[in-house]
Design a protein around this ligand. Structure first.
Ligand code: IYR
Length: 249
């Protein structure tokens, strides 16, 4: 068992079983090539607000959720729930409730002015017709704590981080499959807990309308930040020295 994690004093180490893990690895060139191919695929992903009503199979939704559910999570407690529906009445109810909240945001000034200005280029508004056009709506809930049958509760850890990673992997799976989605967060989202009959230990995280992009879909002409804008290599000659204790030399 992993000897470097077993110090013989801490009582909660080495209590599990282990299985061999051999991750495939590649030569330098193939590593880069695979990375570039994946980058090209992901760079082609866009948030979509105009969908086709072309059907998407239940099996496709299942497999995308299974892929998302491989995400790492705090203490491996997998604190996510994917609530799915293709029912026209449920989709209509979600649309109506979401539009009511968004109407207050956009038209009654609940969204502060700087926020409205910041999203103006996305061309959004309070109307959300795509919530009825799409074949599927998937609402991702975070499980804030574990609720046991006897009424006891158990903690979950790093819930936002865990569910955020699962959301990213879900979007990635959908895009890989040629499906379109939008990370929609109708605000506030509490109506979804009630409408979808979820228990009190769950909270809506993101609503995903899922389908094929409409043939005539358009998206705002946005650019992504360049690598040098999002990546900083640590420069040891200029970094602060407070609390910095180089182990070597
Ligand atoms: N929730 C609103 C507003 C909105 C907010 C952000 I931040 C966006 O990136 C996009 C929209 C809506 O869904 O329209």
């Amino acid at each position: 068992m992993p000897g470097d994690t077993f110090d013989g004093e801490y009582p909660y180490t080495d209590v599990g079983e282990y299985v061999e893990y051999r991750q495939p690895s590649y030569g330098e060139a193939e590593t880069l090539e695979r990375g570039r191919e994946f980058l090209a695929l992901m760079d082609g992903r866009r948030s979509v607000r105009q969908f086709s009503d072309k059907p998407v199979s239940r099996a496709a939704i299942d497999v995308a959720i299974q892929a998302a559910s491989t995400a790492p999570s705090g203490a491996h407690l997998q604190p996510w729930r994917f609530v799915i529906t293709e029912d026209p009445m449920v989709k209509r109810a979600i649309r109506e409730a979401a539009e009511e909240e968004e109407r207050v945001n956009y038209l009654d000034g609940r969204m502060p002015e700087d926020w409205q200005r910041d999203i103006a280029r996305l061309g959004t508004g309070w109307r959300k017709p795509y919530l009825e056009t799409v074949p599927w709506i998937v609402v991702l809930f975070e499980e804030r704590y574990r609720q046991f049958d006897d009424g006891a509760r158990g903690k979950n850890y790093y819930v936002k981080e865990s569910v955020g990673i699962a959301a990213g992997m879900f979007i990635t799976a959908l895009h890989t499959m040629g499906l379109a989605t939008l990370t929609h967060t109708p605000s506030p989202m509490a109506f979804l807990t009630k409408l979808l009959g979820r228990p009190g230990n769950e909270r809506p995280f993101i609503l995903f309308p899922i389908g094929y992009a409409a043939d005539d879909a358009v998206v705002p002409a946005l650019e992504r930040k360049r690598l040098d804008e999002v990546m900083i290599e640590v420069d040891t000659s200029t970094m602060g020295t407070e609390g910095f204790n180089p182990v070597s030399s």
